[in-house]
Each structure stands twice: as C-alpha cells, then as structure tokens.
Write a protein that binds this ligand. Structure first.
Ligand code: ADA
Length: 572
C-alpha cells in the first residue's frame, strides 16, 4: 500500500512488499546478479533496511534484492518503487530496466509487455558513500540501505495511463473557487484519440477528441466550482476525491487515477504567509524518517504514531528535514490539517560537495520527482531546498538560483524557501519567497533567543528592500533520554533542553515579525559514526521525544506552549 487510500479502480495492483531475498557479498562490498551462489543470503522485509539484520547494523556497501512474482495473463504494467536507499539498478528477468539515485523519491518503469507466468525482480542496491551519490554523504542522519519505501506492480487495463493530474485551486475576489488541471498521459504504443473525464466536488467534466501521442502527452483544463466548497485549512482540513479517467472514443475506460485534494491557496504578502488569504503561523517540528526498529523504512504504525504525537503536541506544522517524505505520512498530514514545509534532499553540503559531478543532476531529479508526486497534497505549503548548504558563496548562490528556478517552473502555486545557518554571511536571502534561519540560541551560542532574533531582524531590515516572511526553521538543544540534572541543569540533561525550548518558544511564538518556528527536532535519530564525537550514543539527541517515541521532560512544556498558542490564534 503506497498511499492510505485506493488510487486506482482499473489497474490491478500487485503488492511487492513483504519478504525479499537479500544477497550480501561475503567479502568486500560489491555484488552483481551473477554472484548469488557465493553470496550471504538473508531475508528482509520491504519496506525495510538491512541495518535491522544481525551483523549488518553498520554495513555500508551493496546488496542484491530478489523477489519472484506471478502474472496470470499477458499484460502491460508499471513497476513502482516509492523509495530505495539509496542507489538502485533494477532488473526484470535479468534485463536491466534502469537506475535511480536518492532514497527519498519515487520512480517507476513502464513495461509494455509482460507474459503470463513467473518473473524475477532483482535490484542491486548501494548505500555507499563517494562518487556514487552527491546527496547521501556521512551526515547528521544515517544513510540506510534497502528498499525503504513501498513497492508495487500495477497491471494496466490498456497501454496508456494517467501519470498525474495536478490540481491548482484559486479563488476569485468574490470567493468563487476555480481550478486548473494539468494532466499527463503516458502512451506506450501508437497515437490514438481519447477523452479525459474529471470528477471533483460534484463537478463532472469531459474533454473529448484529445490526440494522445505515443510517449508523453500533456493536457490543461480548467473549471469553475459554483457549488459551496469547503476550503482546506489546518482547523477544517476538508479533502475532496479527484477522479481522472482516460476514455477511448468507444467509451471504454482505459485507465483511472484517484487522488485527494484540498481547496486552499498559499501566498506571501509582505512579511506574512497567507493561507486562503489569512495570515498563518507555522509551528511544530523538524522530523526525520528514522526509527530504531525500522531505520528510514516507515511502517504504517510508526507513521500513525508520529502523526498522533504531532497532533497531541498541539503543533500545526512539520518540516520534512531534509528530504521528501513518504506519501503515506503526507496523506495523513492532509487529513489532519498539518502544514508541511517539504524540501529536496540535502543537508549541510559545502561548496566542494555541491561541486560533486552528480550534484546538479541528482538535485534536479529529486526536485522533479518530489513535485510531480507530491503536487496535490494541500498540506504542503512550502517547497524548500538545500538545508544549510553553501549559500554564502557566489557559486553556491548560482546553484540555489538554478533550483529555485526549476521549482517555479514546476509549481507556481507555492512559495519557496530554504533554511540557512550562514546568517550574516548569507548572500541568498533575496532568492526565496520565505526566509528560514536555523538558530541555536543557548545551545551552540550563549546569547538568549530574543537578542539573537533582534540582531537577525535588524540585519534583514538593512538588507532587504521589502520585508519577507521569516521562519525560525530550527532551534533547540540536546537531551540524552533519562539524564536528569535538576540542579546543575548541565547540557545534555533533560532539564536543560526543557529550559532552552521554553525560552525560545516564549521568544518566537509571540514575535509578530515571525511566520513560523520549527523545533529541532521531533525525535532522536541515528547519525553517521563520523558525527559521534559530538553526538552522544551516535544519535542526534535533540528530539523532544526519544527514538522510541518516549516523551522527554521538554515534551509537556512544548505541548503547553503549542496548545496555548493554538488557543490564542484561534481566538483572533
Ligand atoms: C543543523 C542541521 C540539522 C542538525 C542540527 C543539529 O541545523 O540543519 O540537520 O544537524 O543542525 O542538530 O545541530
């Protein structure tokens, strides 16, 4: 199950999750499909990561994943992986289908013909560091290995399918809702004429006589919604089913795609972020996809538990630090009205690392895959890029500019942002629509949050001709779970973390200059061994809950602050 709702009626979905054979090299870290006999064969679940296997806890190398499946009749199909960590070469019955870099975005292969009978899928997976990946580097989070997100084989009813239907809502001054639809059809054979049917919020539209060329065709439609539409807001997260059908001229339904959308607009005006034309303040957590039992492979119950905790805490927002998230998590954010700052995959890359020969291509692919697959989530209100990368250098600036330009081409409906730690040396503050500053007052620095905030606000006032919305995208401090020090309140004690967060929340939640504040971070996470010198337990311990989702002392004060703030803003 790759979403929390059914996406298709016409396609037959063959679930590829569950147990796979994983073959590891007995020596070294390389393995190829021809070397299975001598390999170390283990069984691993999908979604899953091999670090959960005895003896593979720290394995950095390659593995070959293998799974057989049956097809009961000659078919046309689509093979879909929602994420493989972190580099994959996919083979079907020994024939290479293609390669994908980056653990956090979906990819697929069109299979025009697949015969009835048994087939074998093989995936050569690497979580190695080095030339292979510009984005997966030794970092303050762990690069796992495995098929870390769901996978499925879609048996198509025809040789064409609806790849996506991007929904862009807008509202006229009189409050009437309109929508633009951008539909992409993939046709694996010759040109043909068809119709596209769209059903949404009681409206049923049919666009006939469309020329569907071999390859990829794009169609744009629009619609006015005269009926009463319930807008999507954090308080009233109303979702509507968007149904798109590809229909042949003789009326046969060739394919369909079901999605869920929300009627909401998001824009910036001066120093405010406006959701449905009302100022919104985003407050919540930075969240990594990490868990001691599953690594970066999110199971539905861990996703549900995290969402439950976010809702319980009173937060209204989450930042997907530092990569695109699992669509099931985003589906639940849509349902619960949790605002999302989603960002491409990058954390703290130096200029030298941004000059990696694969950096531009892998960032470009990550952004296009992120936006294509997540476009319709109403909860996503900001597209972010390049967390704490080299935004203080002219070459770094060119790369930020290139990525913001790509986002704006793909999606004109959402503001852009990025989180900087370069502060007064940053030379990219003019590029995004919304500014993000990572500030660790009283943790990395010794000055209190109010003073740091004043210095930053003064600098930005002197720098920018016009004010922009400003979010404190990260703040907080570390606490080792169970380390209490009520009198000294030494660093790494739960008391010290609570004190730091309390003072920061007091400063940020009541500052009219801000449009948001994200605690670093939701839960403790595993980090690369190379970070262990400053990460006790080889963990990033700045979670307000432990890696096992047990609340630290700070959780209750954060909840008090968030719930109090939510009551206050709901009154206004
Ligand atoms: C940075 C970074 C986070 C994390 C944090 C920390 O702001 O963006 O990923 O590393 O610092 O814990 O220091």
């Amino acid at each position: 199950m790759t979403r929390i709702f059914q996406e298709h009626r016409t396609r037959k979905i063959q679930d590829l999750n569950g147990l796979w054979d994983f073959y590891f090299p007995r020596k070294g870290s390389n393995i190829s499909p021809m070397e299975l006999k001598k390999a170390d064969r283990r069984i691993l679940s999908v979604p899953g990561v091999w670090e959960t296997l005895i003896g593979k806890e720290n394995y950095r190398g390659q593995a070959l994943a293998s799974k057989c499946f049956e097809i009961d009749s000659d078919s046309t199909a689509r093979l879909v992986f929602k994420g493989i960590s972190h580099t994959a070469v996919v083979f079907l019955d020994g024939k290479e289908l293609g390669t994908h870099h980056n653990a956090f975005t979906p990819f697929s292969f069109d299979i025009p013909k697949i015969g009835a009978g048994s087939h074998r899928l093989m995936v050569q997976i690497s979580n190695e560091h080095g030339d292979i990946s510009a984005l997966h580097v030794p970092n303050d989070y762990y690069n796992y290995g495995g098929i870390n997100r769901p996978a499925e084989l879609q048996i198509l009813a025809a040789t064409s399918y609806v790849r996506y239907n991007h929904f862009s809502p807008s509202q006229t001054k009189s409050g009437e809702w309109r929508a633009q639809f951008s539909v992409q059809i993939v046709n694996m054979y010759g040109d043909f004429s068809a119709a596209v049917r769209i059903r949404l919020a009681g409206q049923s539209l049919e666009f006939k006589g469309l020329r569907v060329k071999k390859g990829v065709s794009g169609f744009a439609f629009e619609c006015i919604f005269p009926r009463a539409i319930l807008p999507w807001t954090p308080e009233t997260p109303k979702l509507y089913e968007l149904e798109t059908e590809l229909v042949s001229d003789d009326g046969a339904i060739l394919d369909d795609l079901l999605d869920r959308v929300g009627f909401r607009t998001i824009e910036t005006k001066g120093s405010k972020i406006l959701l449905n034309r009302r100022p919104v303040f985003m407050f919540g957590f930075n969240r990594h996809e990490d868990h001691p039992l599953h690594g970066s492979a999110q199971t539905l119950d861990t996703i549900l538990q995290d969402i439950d905790i976010i809702v319980d805490s009173g937060a209204n927002a989450v930042r997907t630090s530092h990569y695109p998230n699992d669509e099931r998590f985003l589906d639940l954010c849509d349902e619960k009205g949790i605002l999302v700052w989603e960002e491409n995959h990058a954390r703290g890359l130096s200029l030298e690392q941004m000059k990696h020969p694969r950096f531009r291509e892998q960032c470009r692919n990550c952004i296009s895959e992120m936006i294509e697959s997540h476009y319709n989530h109403p909860s996503i209100v900001l597209w972010g890029i390049l967390n704490e990368c080299s935004s203080e250098t002219p070459e770094g600036r060119e790369l930020y500019k290139e990525q913001f330009a790509q986002i704006m081409k793909l999606d004109k409906t959402r503001p852009t942002t990025f989180a900087s730690c370069k502060h007064f040396k940053d030379i990219c503050q003019d590029l995004p629509d919304v500014l993000g500053w990572n500030m660790y007052s009283n943790w990395y620095g010794n000055s209190p949050p109010k003073e740091d905030l004043q210095r930053m606000a003064d600098w930005l006032d002197s720098l920018l001709d016009n004010p922009k919305p400003l979010i404190i995208s990260e703040f907080g401090g570390g606490a080792i779970p169970g380390y209490f020090d009520p009198r000294r309140k030494a660093k790494w004690s739960e008391e010290r973390q609570a004190e730091i967060l309390d003072e920061c929340l007091d400063a940020y939640l009541n500052d009219k200059r801000l449009s948001g504040a994200f605690i670093w971070q939701f839960c403790d996470i595993r980090v690369d061994q190379s970070w262990a010198f400053s990460r006790p337990r080889s963990m990033n311990n700045k979670g307000v809950i432990s890696e096992f989702r047990r609340p630290k002392l700070s959780y209750d004060l954060v909840k008090r602050r968030f719930c109090g703030f939510r009551r206050k803003i709901c009154k206004t």
